[in-house]
Design a protein around this ligand. Structure first.
Ligand SMILES: CC(=O)N[C@H]1[C@@H](OP(=O)(O)OP(=O)(O)OC[C@H]2O[C@@H](n3ccc(=O)[nH]c3=O)[C@H](O)[C@@H]2O)O[C@H](CO)[C@@H](O)[C@@H]1O
Ligand SMILES: C=C(OP(=O)(O)O)C(=O)O
Length: 432
């Protein structure tokens, strides 16, 4: 695949209706969990993005069939699987390759995985995965490969040392195959963790406490096949709210999955952006005040991310670029990842007024006029934040390494152009 560059002519107002794709971070664990059953599974509303394409290649490499039926429908049949010879290069492309550990351990009794990749946004520990697998009766050896072995997985009362999303997902899948009841305490409860749990229930698993931080699994389940539709991507919805705000454009985000948007809407409301709900559509009117709400007594407010149901870490970059267009001062506090904020340098060179206090905190003072610039996308969300800045800026911007954006957002230039943006997608000339 040749590297991709976006050339963006900024300053155009947008309008119209856009539907979010299926949730990337649901699709990935669900595709991996389809390996748990020997019966056919059909998944609808699967985002056709680089991360899902890579995981599909990995799923095929362990002996399952995986065919795209329509653009976003994926049929998987894992009649037989072998947990051997996973391609290190494919595993290193995505964080989600670690999600093969749970289903392959359950199906094959052992698995050796090359280390996962994913966004380079700070240290990404796997200790919580190891803790959960060990408590479920597996032995774990982590050297240049991650090796998991269990002749029999046993239900256990597991207390996760942090509510890690992918560790909860791996533990949940393993618990479905384990003998006895498992309690997963201090579990992550993000919409994608819930989506995976509902998929497992559709296969025949018995799970209580979905959406809470104590998940109870009664195993082992006798699993069948299913047809399952992936939920809309709440992170994409948040990105589109940011897009509407920075371009001062009216947008309707159709089929937005509004039940999962409370903390996201609350975060944007702090920036003076208020969305309406009509059925399952989210409406972002133009004419927002874009005035940052001070804390009581006129104190400088802050927006911080935390595990669900709080404001999600994957929207922090989008919130920062949005705040540059709002009137007032706000502290943006990225609590979870230590390298996600460095991209603000680029926003500063475009004219934004931001002080990066340390790797976790940035003060944004707005509004400021952004000018087009040459950028390189470091990760999915910073890349999307740069795209928002470029669409809002005066003049032309280039974003190299746009492949990163396409790891998480499907046909984004085509879909934003349909709203009135001017983005051209070309092979990068300088390899960036
Ligand atoms: C494929 C996938 O689903 N990736 C998502 C998943 O990654 P992933 O599952 O890798 O992320 P984790 O939930 O494990 O943790 C993310 C980071 O937050 C830290 N942490 C976590 C919990 C906590 O209470 N305190 C804390 O500081 C962890 O130490 C880690 O550095 O969840 C992240 C956090 O929502 C998202 O950014 C990723 O998009
Ligand atoms: C960090 C992300 O993805 P991953 O965990 O797959 O790298 C993301 O979706 O923002």
């Amino acid at each position: 695949m040749s590297p991709i560059q976006y050339i963006v002519e900024g300053g155009h107002r947008l309008a119209g209706t856009i539907e979010p794709s299926g949730n990337k971070n649901s699709a990935l664990p669900i595709i991996a969990a389809a390996l748990l059953t020997e019966h056919p599974v059909t998944l609808e509303n699967v985002p056709r993005i680089r991360d899902t394409e890579t995981l599909v290649e990995l799923v095929r490499s362990v002996g399952a069939s995986a065919e795209w039926r329509e653009r976003n429908t994926l049929a998987i049949h894992a009649k037989e699987v072998r947990a051997a010879d996973l391609d290190p290069e494919l595993c290193a492309r995505i964080r989600a390759s670690i999600l093969l550990a749970g289903p392959l351990l359950a199906r094959c009794g052992e698995v050796a995985l090359p280390p996962p990749g994913g966004d380079v946004i700070g240290r990404r520990r796997l200790d919580t995965h190891f803790l959960a697998f060990e408590q479920l009766g597996a032995t774990v050896t982590a050297t240049h490969r991650l090796e998991f072995r269990a002749t029999k997985l046993r239900g256990a009362d597991v207390f996760l040392d942090e509510p890690s999303v992918t560790a909860t997902e791996n533990a949940l899948v393993a618990a479905v195959a384990a003998h006895g009841t498992t309690f997963l305490r201090n579990a992550a409860s993000e919409p994608h963790v819930q989506d995976l749990a509902y998929f497992l229930v559709a296969l025949g698993a018995k799970i209580e406490g979905i959406g809470t931080n104590t998940i109870i699994v009664h195993g082992p389940a006798t699993l069948g096949g299913t047809n399952y539709s992936i939920q809309p991507d709440h992170i994409e919805v948040g990105s589109l709210i940011g897009l509407a705000a920075v371009t001062r454009s009216p947008l309707r985000i159709a089929k937005a999955g509004v039940e999962h948007l409370r903390s996201i809407r609350m975060g944007f409301e702090r920036l003076g952006i208020v969305c309406g709900v009509e059925g399952d559509d989210l409406v972002v009117p133009s004419g927002q005040t874009m005035k940052i709400h001070d804390d009581f007594g006129g104190h400088v407010p802050k927006l911080e991310d935390q595990p669900w149901p709080a404001f999600p870490a994957d929207l922090m970059s989008i919130a920062i670029v949005t705040a540059t267009q709002c009137d007032g001062v706000i502290l943006m506090f990225e609590k979870m990842f230590e390298s996600r904020m460095f991209f603000v340098d680029k926003l500063i060179s475009m004219g934004a007024r931001i002080v990066l206090c340390d790797p976790h905190r940035a003060i944004v003072a707005g509004p400021s006029r952004l000018r087009g610039a040459a950028m390189i996308s470091p990760d999915i969300r910073a890349g999307m934040a740069m795209l928002l800045a470029a669409v809002a800026a005066e003049g032309t911007s280039t974003i190299n390494n746009a492949d990163q954006i396409e790891r998480g957002y499907e046909r984004i230039e085509e879909r934003l152009n349909a709203l009135g943006a001017k983005i051209t997608r070309v092979p990068a000339r300088d390899g960036g």
